[in-house]
Design a protein. Structure first.
Length: 297
């Protein structure tokens, strides 16, 4: 069976998997994300990680199916956005012109939304294709937590609409670059404290920034534990996000696909609102989506 390579190439990292049909054989990763490369560096970076997986050209070029920021304007080759409503994948992959004749590289396009509000995604469409491969009849919302969390309405195999929240990036920035950083050290997390903050932000999202400064004051005046502050901040930000995205998740089936840590937070937050989310691992869904992209090519 022919071997090929699945590549998840994001802003800060590259993850590749050697595949034989639908079966993964080996996985490697590097820190060569889009942000650290110029366009003329992508091919060399890929070959430095996957070089010994590439067949001799006498056997024909090795197919590579890639998703993520590798297809951005600053990536290896720009893969133009498709417009909602649309399926997460079709056969219109972007082919990359390579110097090495042993490579046949194709990139999954991102998805854009023009109305009712502008929005874009790159990489998440491949995870959505993986979700629909695992749950072909799913009709509901995919929650894809991360730096920029996506809430995606799926119906009849299509992306109907979606909404992005910068919750993950805000949390990281607040923890590292604001006055609150002194009160947020460590990585401890308290679920009860988190859920109380989720409820507070959902019912009173207008107090978000004021409640955030209370975390610093409580530390200075009462020696509040960093675990309490981190859990409260996380709950306030995710609660405000749930308030903003309520039209997407309220009364709908929800699937969460993300890292274990972020998935747990969104899972308990949604359960506190009476939902019963299903959990699908992010890496597995990305791989399944790239298999679907290969099948559609």
């Amino acid at each position: 069976m022919t071997r090929w390579i699945a590549a998840d190439w994001g802003t800060t990292a590259l993850r590749i998997t050697l595949m034989e049909g639908d079966r993964p054989l080996d996985t490697r990763a590097s820190g060569d994300g889009m942000n650290s490369l110029t366009r003329d560096m992508f091919e060399a970076s890929f070959l430095s990680l996957a070089g010994d997986w590439i067949d001799d050209k006498s056997h024909g070029p090795t197919q590579v199916f890639a998703c993520g920021m590798v297809g951005a304007r600053q990536g290896w080759a720009e893969a133009a956005y498709r417009t909602t409503p649309c399926t997460p994948l079709d056969g219109g992959l972007t082919r990359v012109v390579t110097a090495d004749p042993r490579l046949d590289v194709r990139i999954v396009p991102g998805v854009r939304q023009l109305t009712p509000h502008p929005d874009v995604m790159r990489g998440e469409e491949t995870q959505i294709a993986g979700i629909l491969r695992a749950l072909p009849d799913f009709d509901g919302v995919a929650c894809l937590p991360g730096t920029h969390t996506k809430w995606v309405h799926l119906s009849a195999g299509e992306i109907v609409s979606f909404r992005t929240a910068m919750t993950g990036e805000l949390f990281a920035t607040i923890c590292s670059q604001t006055v609150l950083r002194h009160s947020l050290v460590g990585d401890a997390w308290q679920e009860e404290t988190f859920l109380a903050a989720v409820s507070d932000a959902l019912s009173r999202p207008e107090v978000l920034t004021a409640r955030m400064f209370e975390l610093r004051a409580a530390d200075l005046l009462h020696g509040q534990e960093a675990a309490v502050a981190r859990s409260t901040l996380s709950g306030l930000l995710i609660g405000a996000e749930l308030a903003a995205t309520k039209p997407w998740w309220l009364g709908r089936d929800v699937v969460i696909t993300g890292s274990p840590k972020t998935t747990r937070a969104y899972d308990v937050a949604l359960k506190s609102q009476g939902l019963a989310p299903r959990i699908l691992p992010a890496d597995a869904m990305t791989q399944a989506g790239l298999i679907a992209a290969k099948d559609a090519a």
